[in-house]
Design a protein around this ligand. Structure first.
Ligand code: NAD
Length: 297
């Protein structure tokens, strides 16, 4: 193996420690405690796991955690009413509505009902617009985590060729905006892209956010490239049990890449750490206090 393994577990631990230090100082010096409200509708097992770990890590960082678990049958109207109450609640600095929502609820309507200043997922249309125009916004957590790891590894990303595989609103598109802001030359590829392998082969930075197990192979990538694997796919292992793999084939890619994130233990842990960063930022903005330096502009 030649690639440097980018340890997202360790990096996220450091990030969460930094957040906890800031929170401690806010409490002591300003008598303010950041609060994150997480809303879960329904019983989706994966969402329940995420919500539990978000709550646990919020409390570990010294913040207040407010969980709202609603039944699968909750109406859109009732959910919007809860969002409005959280918007008005001064103890709540960040609001996250866990996606996906049940089919009878319009996700866009709910996301856009969140006060943009409290939109710690960064999915509100105002934050999307602010990010696209290079203004101060809430940045979606997963791409923010990817960017922090890239900047930690390379320092400046200016002039690098970045290829993003996947154009979703939560990963691919905001990732492209962030890398553009860092002066990368950005190519977004997707399910209809022709010559995907050839494009990936030109990249200094590859972001794989597809949701297809081990799609990117070692012989696709340029020697020394940095590969950030966002994919989380549950597949059957040789022993018949389940195991997690990314969108890149780790065994072959780690022979060619210069640096690579593993799955699990790469991008995944960074996402919740960045949610805590965003909650802290939202709290500082609300109280007109200096923002922590961990957020790149
Ligand atoms: P999505 O399904 O919304 O988007 C997938 C994208 O991949 C689409 O834009 C599609 O055009 C593209 N695509 C599909 N097949 C392709 C192909 N053959 N070639 C090229 N592009 C193709 O998915 P998403 O929400 O962006 O998530 C992507 C992956 O990242 C999933 O595995 C998801 O579980 C994972 N994820 C991880 C985190 C994390 O915290 N680590 C967060 C979000 C998503």
């Amino acid at each position: 193996m030649v690639a440097q393994i980018i340890d997202g577990k360790l990096f996220s631990r450091k990030l969460r420690d930094q957040v906890a230090e800031h929170v401690n100082a806010l409490k002591k010096e300003n008598n303010v405690t950041p609060g994150l409200a997480v809303v879960l509708v329904g019983e989706d097992p994966a969402s329940q796991v995420y919500v539990r770990s978000k709550g646990k890590q919020t409390i570990e960082a010294g913040m207040n955690s407010y969980e709202h678990r609603l039944s699968e049958n909750t109406s859109e109207e009732d959910l919007l009413e809860l969002v409005n109450r959280l918007n008005d609640d001064n103890e709540v600095h960040g609001i996250l509505v866990q996606l996906p929502l049940p089919e009878h609820i319009n996700e866009d309507a709910v996301i856009n009902a969140i006060d943009p200043v409290k939109d710690v997922d960064g999915f509100h249309i105002s934050n999307v617009g602010l990010l696209a125009t290079g203004q101060n916004s809430m940045v979606p957590c997963t791409p923010l985590g990817c960017l922090l790891m890239l900047k930690d590894l390379h320092g400046s990303l200016s002039g690098m060729d970045a290829v993003i595989i996947g154009r979703s609103n939560i990963v691919g598109k905001p990732m492209a905006q962030l890398l553009l802001s860092e002066s990368c030359t950005v190519t977004i590829t997707h399910s209809k892209t022709k010559n995907l392998e050839e494009m990936v082969g030109r990249a200094d930075i590859i972001i794989a956010a597809v949701g297809r197990p081990e799609m990117v192979k070692g012989d696709w990538i340029k020697p020394g490239a940095t590969l950030i694997d966002v994919g989380i796919n549950r597949v059957e292992g040789n022993d018949g049990g389940k195991r997690l793999v990314g969108d890149a084939e780790f065994s072959s890619c780690s022979e060619i890449a210069g640096a690579i994130t593993p799955v699990p233990g790469g991008v995944g842990p960074m996402t919740i750490a960045c949610l805590l960063v965003n909650t802290l930022v939202a709290c500082c903005r609300k109280h007109k206090l200096a923002e922590p330096y961990i957020i790149p502009n």
